[in-house]
Write a protein that binds this ligand. Structure first.
Ligand code: CUA
Length: 155
C-alpha cells in the first residue's frame, strides 16, 4: 500500500505529539511532584464541629516532627489565618470546605488543592524558604472570591 508523503508527515507528527504529551506528564510527575488527588476521605460538611480537627482547625506537630495543618475554607476566608509552619519540614495539609468548592493555592509553590465540601483534600509539602506566602482561593466561589486570601508564614 502506498501512503502519500504528505500523509506520512502528518502521521509521524501526530505520533511525535503523543510522545511529547506523555513525556510532559511523566516529567512533571517525577521532577515537579505534581500528582492527581489520591486521598478519598469524606466528612459531613454541615457538621464540621463534630470533627475535632475541623472544629478547631490549626497546626499540630506530631511526635516525629512532621506537621499537620487542618484548614476549613468558608465563604470568603480560610481558618486558621495566618497559618504558621516551620521551614524545611514536611507539612501535611488537610483541607475541607464548610460550604461550596474553594481552592487552596500557596502562591509561588506547588502546594495547590481543590477544597470540596464533603471531602478532605490532603497533600504534603515542604517549604524551604522562610517568609510570608499568600494563600489564594483559585476556584470561583462567589461574589467575593477575589478577596478570599489567607497568609502562610514559614519560619
Ligand atoms: Cu473561595 Cu474562591
Amino acid at each position: 500500500m502506498e501512503v502519500e508523503l504528505y500523509e506520512r508527515v502528518w502521521m509521524w507528527t501526530a505520533a511525535a505529539l503523543i510522545v511529547v504529551f506523555l513525556a510532559a506528564i511523566f516529567l512533571t510527575t517525577g521532577l515537579r511532584a505534581l500528582q492527581p488527588p489520591s486521598h478519598v476521605e469524606t466528612v459531613d460538611p454541615t457538621a464540621l464541629s463534630n470533627y475535632p480537627e475541623f472544629a478547631n482547625p490549626g497546626v499540630t506537630t506530631r511526635a516525629d516532627g512532621s506537621v499537620v495543618v487542618s484548614v476549613v475554607a468558608q465563604l470568603f476566608s480560610f481558618s486558621p489565618d495566618p497559618i504558621v509552619v516551620p521551614a524545611g519540614r514536611p507539612v501535611t495539609f488537610r483541607l475541607t470546605s464548610a460550604d461550596v468548592m474553594h481552592g487552596f493555592q500557596v502562591v509561588g509553590t506547588n502546594a495547590n488543592a481543590m477544597v470540596i465540601p464533603g471531602y478532605v483534600s490532603q497533600f504534603t509539602a515542604t517549604f524551604d524558604k522562610p517568609g510570608e506566602y499568600v494563600i489564594a482561593c483559585d476556584e470561583y466561589c462567589g461574589v467575593s472570591h477575589h478577596n478570599m486570601v489567607g497568609k502562610l508564614i514559614v519560619k
